[in-house]
Structures are given as C-alpha cells and as structure tokens.
Design a protein around this ligand. Structure first.
Ligand SMILES: C[S@@+](CC[C@H](N)C(=O)[O-])C[C@H]1O[C@@H](n2cnc3c(N)ncnc32)[C@H](O)[C@@H]1O
Length: 659
C-alpha cells in the first residue's frame, strides 16, 4: 500500500532550502544544451504546481555594491547579477561566482515558463525562489520569465538555433558536443574547451561555464559580433549586426543591462502588491516598457491617481516617467503630480529647473492637498516652463551675439522682483513719458530713444568695436545701427574742420600742429572759446607784418562770425573785400589787440587740412550761383584764407539749416 506523504507547504520548503543554502539536487540536474543557450536546469523528478523548485542563490549585496561590481565585471559575469527591491531599497543577488548552485543556470522562457520567481524572506534575509507554475515532468527544462521585452535570444530564436545547429553539424572537428542532454552537475565535469575563464575587468579571473572557445573560432558570424567592449557572445545579434553594425551596442541587451535599469526603480509598484501565500511575486519588469505593458499596468497600478485622468499617450508616458524615482529632496506626491503633465519640451524644462521645481513644490504644499488644484499647479508650472524655454532661446540667441542688449534689458532693467515675468520696456516708457509731463509723450518711444542715443554716441567718434558694444546694449543689430543711426561721414569731418577754423580764427592753430584730422577729437562738452575771448591775447599790429603768408594780404577783410553768418544768409554771397589795413576796421576806442604770429608749421597745417577738406568737401553750398563758384575757385587758387573761411562758413550754415 502506497504511503501518502504530506506535501510540505512550498513556502516552508523554500525557506528551509534557502536557510540551508541547498538545492534539490535529487530532483534537478544541469545539462549542457547548446552553444546558443549554454547550460540549463532540468527536472529529474516530478514537481507539482506551486512547488518550490530552486533558489536563485548568490551573494546578497546592496545596490551600491552591485553598481560598483557592474563597473568592474565583464559583461558575461554581470548577467548573473539580479537586482530586486526589498524593504524600500534595491538589493542584488550576485551569482557571478561559479558555485555549483542550480538557480543561476535556469534559462529564460517568456512564452511558456514553468516557474515563477518570488521573494521569500528567511532569517530576515530576502531570497529569490522559483515556484512551479504548473506540474513539471521529469526531463523538462526549468524556465521562468526573466521579464523585460527585449532579450536578444527572444528575437529570431528559431533561426539562431537552426543556424547554430547546422554550423555545428558542418564542423565535425569541434570539440563541442552536439546538443544533447549530457548531465553536467558542475564545471569540474566539463571538458577543457567547455569551460573557460572569463576575465573581470579589474584583472580577477572568474571561472564560469559558458561557451567553448571553439564556438567562437569556428563560427564566423559570431566572431563578427565580438567587439572590444563585448567579449561575451551575444545570441541573437549576429543577424542584426549585419544590417546595422552601429546600433549593435544598443541592441545588445544583456540581463545585466536590463537589471541595471531596474535599480532605478524606487517604488515597488512593479512587484505584485498582493503577495501570494508562497512569497512575494517578483516580476522583473524593466523601464523599457512598451505601450501595451504600460496600459496593462495602468489598470492595476497601486499608485493609480484617484482623480480621473486624461486617457492616452500622456497617461502612459506619465506612468513610465513615474517609474523613475524622484530626485533627492522632491516629494513623491509632487513627483507624481509632475509626471501627469503633458510630457513635452515644456515638461522637460520644468523638471530640469531647480527654481521651478521648488516653486512647484511650494505651490503643491499650499494647494496640492486639494486634488482639484492639481491641474492649476500643472498649468502654473507649464507657464514657467515656457518662460524658461523662451529665456533659454534668448540666451541662445545672445550667445550668437544677436540680442544681448534685449536680454539685458529684459532681465536686468525690467525684471520684476519675486516674479518670473518681466516688465515690458515699452509699457514702462509710455508710462514715464506721460508722467514726466512731456509735451508729446507719444513721440517718446523706445525706438526714438534708441535712435537718439545712437546718434548722440556717434558724435563721440567711437571705434567700430565700441559702436558694436553700444549697439548691442541698445538691442540693435549693428548693421541697423550703422545703416540708420550713423551720422553722415561728412558731419564728423565738418565738426573737425569747424574746430580747426575756430582755432584758426582765434589764432590757436598751433595747438593742432602735426595732427591729422583723425587726431582731432570732438567732445560735445568742449568749451568753445569765442572770438571775444581771443582778442585779449592778440598781439600788436606791428607784428602782423611779419606773418609770412599770402593770408596776410586778405586777412584784414575778414568779418567776425556773426557778420559772416549774416552775410551768408543774405542771398548771393559777397566775396570778402580786398585786404585793408587792420586798424581801419577796428572800432574807435577799442584797445589795440596783438595778433599772435603765425608759425610756418601752423600755416602748413592749415593749408594741408583746409585744402584737403575743401577739395573733397561735399558739403552743400548755400548758393549755386556761378559767380560765387568762380570766386570761390579764385579764392582757393589764391589761397585767400579769409575768403575760403568765409565760403566754408557759408556752407556750414547751409548744412546746419538742412539738418
Ligand atoms: C542566468 S544565465 C543562465 C545560464 C546560462 N545558460 C549558462 O549556461 O550559464 C543567463 C544566460 O543564459 C542564456 N539564456 C537564458 N535563457 C535563454 C534562452 N531562452 N535562449 C537562449 N539563451 C538563453 C543567455 O545567454 C543569458 O545571458
């Protein structure tokens, strides 16, 4: 009579095995399948649905250590690292070390797995255990769903397997055994070629059972996919690589890579909250969600928002984004609210800006407990995000030297205290134009102000660089500035010549000795010495005779400035009369003044500058009278300086009246 043995509760069974760190070696065996899959674990006895099968055993480490190891592990070691979440932090079972445990060799099957991984706590430590999803018969391979969606072997598995099988068949010399169920319990049982040492990056050697060296040397397609960064063979990538070598590193998703992304989960949403009696189910989903998965998850997510949400892409994206833990210091509730925003550029701008985030949290604490206000907060954040984007755009523009002035005005002069928006400069101007009591406030526009400033500054004779700076500060494109606000070239020249003429008239020409026109600066603040001031420094009449220039012949005919202007305003010009003795035109009773003697160099300077100016002068004349022209020409010929001066003054007056 058969003795009915009471079945041990699976959880107890798992805890016992986990505590003792033993496998059911009597019911399981390791077998080498093929070079594509490597080894696998097979049942040698029957397992009942729900039974504990095997533990994924290894070293339990914290996520920090797992991160560190990942950095130094070779990729083929890293695939044995299994991250999971327990007691609000991420842990990892590092099974890279070949320790003859069976769990680490269980292969993936996402379509028809016969086991499921669950977390079991034994002696206050978490363990990852596989439980039978259905009855498992002897000879069946133990499998479970690794989770994720993009394991390389899941793509074109059939083709791969076929390709490998046939290549193996074609190479009789290979030392690799043909696919068969030879029982291999640990590495010691493998031949030399079937085990090899995989190198850790820090130089440590780890013994791992994997593929034969001959696999690699004899399969050209496989050699092709080996690159420096990936010495481990990666099934499923051979074919893809031929089509797109560049994307190969991205396509190659090993277990370690997928699990690395899991580390970033800071919520246990991806673990079934309703743990079954035999332990908490572990579904190693990754962040590489597809839409279908997200939709499915949405229905059961325990973080599902209470308020009805907008359906569609945003929602799915939000869930996906929410899977990423909030940055340090950001409250999870606020993070949740944020992730329900439309996930576009503005959203990215919001999330990337500390100030906006702080403001958002502040708003959240003020209003957020009222769910109805969430949309309002999101709107506010979007406004700020947009503004930030704009300012970034401006900053970018200014970086290209286009709009620094505008930026400066907007953000410096017109920034509003404790606000994210700025005053509009034109509004400010309008306001102050009225407030200051101007007669025509409407004509005080920012454009005119800029023009005025530009024009005034031009008188300073700024260099091109300086002018650029000015234009920049005023928010102008320098081309506009030059084209519209630069005074006609002649104006500056005229100002300089006028200065010379004044000096000439006042006998101070020696001050400009040896200078070119460029050396003569024009200062709007300059004090112009009037003729009357000059008279006090005149020299005696007797010295006049010593002036050695043709000028002397005509000088006495020159009237003072006012008279000249007067004369110039009266129709046809009257040429200066012929030279008369100076004394004759002096008023009676006036003190005789002494004129300073002209030095030769001074005369030369005047001649040089005056002649250049006169010859090139395009300043309009008051009258186009032929007689005047003739006389002007005559004066030039004779170097009749007084006459020339007269004509020039005339022209200046005409120019002034046109300005
Ligand atoms: C945890 S190990 C499993 C043991 C492994 N087969 C061995 O021989 O070491 C995971 C690795 O096994 C291989 N693997 C697992 N499931 C597979 C499958 N369904 N098809 C092909 N290879 C698989 C992959 O190379 C994967 O990186």
């Amino acid at each position: 009579m058969a003795v009915l043995r009471r079945r041990k509760p699976p959880l107890t069974d798992a805890i016992e095995h986990a505590s003792e760190a033993v496998d059911k070696t009597a019911k399981l065996e390791v077998m080498y399948i093929n070079s594509f899959k490597g080894r696998g674990v097979f049942a040698t006895s029957h397992f009942q649905k729900g039974d504990f099968v095997v533990e994924y055993r290894g070293e339990l480490i914290h996520s920090e250590e797992s991160q560190r190891r990942r950095r130094i592990y070779h990729v083929s070691c890293a695939v044995f690292m299994f991250d999971f979440y327990w007691q609000e932090r991420t842990w990892c079972v590092d099974a890279a070390q070949e320790d003859s445990s069976l769990g680490r060799l269980v292969n993936d099957d996402h379509k028809h797995p016969n086991c499921k991984m669950k977390k079991v706590v034994a002696e206050n430590k978490p363990h990852l255990c596989l439980f039978a999803l259905r009855d498992i018969n002897p000879g069946e391979e133990i499998t479970y769903d690794y989770g994720g969606t993009d394991w390389p072997w899941r793509k074109q598995v059939g083709e791969q397997a076929t390709a490998i099988e046939s290549s193996e068949a074609e190479i009789p010399s290979t030392s690799e055994p043909a696919p068969q169920r030879s029982s291999i319990s640990d590495t010691q049982h493998l031949g030399e070629t079937e085990s090899y040492l995989l190198k850790k990056k820090d130089g440590m050697m780890v013994s791992l059972v994997n593929y034969t060296d001959s696999d690699e040397s004899q399969s050209p397609s496989r050699i092709a996919i080996h690159d420096d960064s990936s010495q481990a063979w990666n099934p499923g990538t051979d074919i893809e690589l031929k089509e797109d070598k560049d994307i190969f590193p991205r396509l190659r998703r090993t277990k370690s890579i997928q699990m690395t992304s899991q580390i970033e989960f800071d919520s246990d949403e991806l673990f079934d909250p309703s743990s079954a009696d035999i332990g908490e189910e572990y579904i190693p989903k990754t962040r590489l969600f597809n839409k279908k998965l997200l939709w499915r998850h949405m229905k059961i997510c325990k973080f599902k928002p209470d308020v009805p949400q907008k359906p569609g892409k945003t929602r799915v994206q939000a869930l996906s984004a929410f899977a990423v833990p909030p940055p340090p210091g950001v409250k999870i509730e606020f993070w949740k609210l944020l992730n329900n925003m439309v996930q576009d550029d503005v959203y990215i701008a919001v999330k990337s800006d500390v100030c906006i985030m702080e403001y958002g949290e502040h708003l959240y604490h003020r209003l957020g407990y009222d769910v109805g206000k969430h949309e309002y907060i999101r709107q506010k954040l979007r406004e700020l995000g947009r503004l930030l984007q704009c300012s970034k755009h401006w900053i970018c523009s200014s970086a290209h030297g286009r709009n620094v002035g505008f930026l400066r005005r907007t953000f410096t002069c017109f920034a509003r205290p404790s606000a994210f928006t700025c005053y509009r400069s034109s509004d400010c101007l309008r306001y102050f134009a009225k407030a200051c009591g101007a007669k025509n406030p409407e004509s005080l526009t920012s454009t005119k102000l800029r023009k005025q400033t530009g024009t005034l500054f031009q008188v300073l004779n700024l260099t091109n660089t300086e002018l650029d700076l000015l234009a920049d500060s005023l928010g102008h494109d320098i081309r506009v500035h030059r084209q519209f606000y630069r005074l006609p070239e002649g104006t500056l020249q005229l100002a300089k010549i006028s200065k010379l003429l004044m000096a000439l008239e006042q006998g101070r020409l020696a001050e400009f000795q040896g200078k070119t026109l460029d050396d003569i600066s024009i200062d709007p603040e300059e004090n112009v010495r009037m003729d009357s001031d000059n008279e006090t420094v005149c020299e005696s009449d007797s010295q006049e005779g010593q002036v050695t220039s043709t000028q002397m012949e005509n000088e006495t005919t020159m009237t003072d400035g006012s008279n000249t202007d007067e004369a110039s305003q009266q129709g046809p010009m009257t040429p200066p009369p012929a030279a008369q003795p100076q004394t004759q035109r002096r008023q009676k009773g006036r003190q005789p003044f002494k004129k300073k003697l002209w030095e030769k160099t001074a005369i030369q300077a005047v001649e040089k500058h005056m002649m250049t100016f006169i010859n090139t002068c395009r300043v309009p004349r008051k009258s186009d009278c032929d007689k005047c022209l003739e006389m002007e020409g005559e004066a030039l010929k004779q170097r009749n300086w007084l006459a020339i001066k007269f004509y020039i003054k005339n022209r200046i007056t005409a120019l002034k009246s046109k300005m």
